[in-house]
Design a protein around this ligand. Structure first.
Ligand SMILES: Nc1nc2c(ncn2[C@@H]2O[C@H](COP(=O)(O)OP(=O)(O)O[C@H]3O[C@H](CO)[C@@H](O)[C@H](O)[C@@H]3O)[C@@H](O)[C@H]2O)c(=O)[nH]1
Length: 245
């Protein structure tokens, strides 16, 4: 069985892609990387194809037609990772808002401490966010509180997108029933993991806003998160919620 794969969704990340790939491949753990690119007009996928010659078998690429959202990109990547036998499956942004070195800490939490899901969390010790506008910090922090209030889930950073899953979590959750595509996707995945009783650890990280390229955050994504949490909670009252078995 293969060990670790980092799934990185990309849309117009030409300014970050090479640097982030190299930053992962110098780490002391043998990570594979799977890029899920949604037809980025800036040529992100072409750059990855060039780099694949340098990292054969270790740098993988899936290309989709058009921008289909971060959530569906991850679902696609999880399917690939499960099918190809990876044991630990990571989520990470391409833009260095997540420090690649923290991948090793997330891995240790799952591998050595035997957690089923490790989350890189910004809100364990205060607010560890660098260079984000105050409006986004507040929105993200309040979103966490709101999710805790509605769902009762004891996770401080509900929208966090830096994670390590043990494969058994992704085998158990019915990925075909995950509905959301933006930040709500991150909340829904944590909620499902928690509902199934898996062991979750929040690992403190520092989140630094991207220096290059642009965020794809939109009002639509924000709205999906606000109303999505309530829908998710209501669906959870029905026994069939997300049942994969
Ligand atoms: N394939 C694909 N990738 C996408 C898409 N939209 C965004 N991405 C990729 O997803 C990553 C995160 O996108 P950003 O647009 O930079 O996200 P953000 O607004 O900074 O949000 C981050 O923080 C949120 C919590 O505050 C997280 O919920 C979110 O997952 C992400 O980590 C980047 O690698 C970006 O290229 C898409 O439609 N398709």
């Amino acid at each position: 069985m293969k060990e670790c794969i980092v799934v990185i969704p990309t849309y117009n990340e030409i300014e970050n892609i090479e640097e982030i790939i190299r930053a992962v491949f110098v780490l002391p753990v043998l990570f594979h990387i799977l890029i899920i690119d949604d037809g980025s007009p800036d040529g992100t996928a072409k750059k990855v194809q060039e780099l694949q010659k340098e990292f054969p078998g270790r740098l993988l690429l899936e290309q989709r037609q058009g921008k289909l959202g971060l959530g569906t990109a991850y679902i696609h990547g999880f399917g690939y990772a499960l099918q190809h036998g990876y044991q630990y499956i990571f989520e990470m942004d391409a833009d260095f808002s997540h420090n690649p070195q923290d991948l090793v800490r997330l891995y240790q939490a799952c591998k050595d401490e035997r957690y089923d899901l490790a989350i890189g969390s910004r809100y364990i010790t205060g607010v560890n966010v660098v260079n984000w506008p105050m409006s986004r910090v507040l929105m993200s922090y309040c979103a966490g509180k709101y999710v805790q209030f509605i769902t009762g889930m004891p996770i401080r950073d509900a929208t966090a997108g830096f994670k390590c899953y043990h494969r058994k979590v992704l085998e158990t959750i019915n990925l075909n029933k995950i509905r959301f595509v933006g930040y709500a996707f991150q909340i829904e995945m944590k909620f499902s993991t928690w509902k199934y009783g898996f062991k979750i650890k929040e690992v403190p990280i520092i989140f630094t806003d991207r220096a290059k390229g642009q965020s794809k955050m939109s009002i639509k994504i924000f709205r999906e998160a606000i109303f999505g949490v309530i829908q998710m909670k209501i669906r959870s009252w029905f026994k069939s919620y997300n049942s994969a078995v």
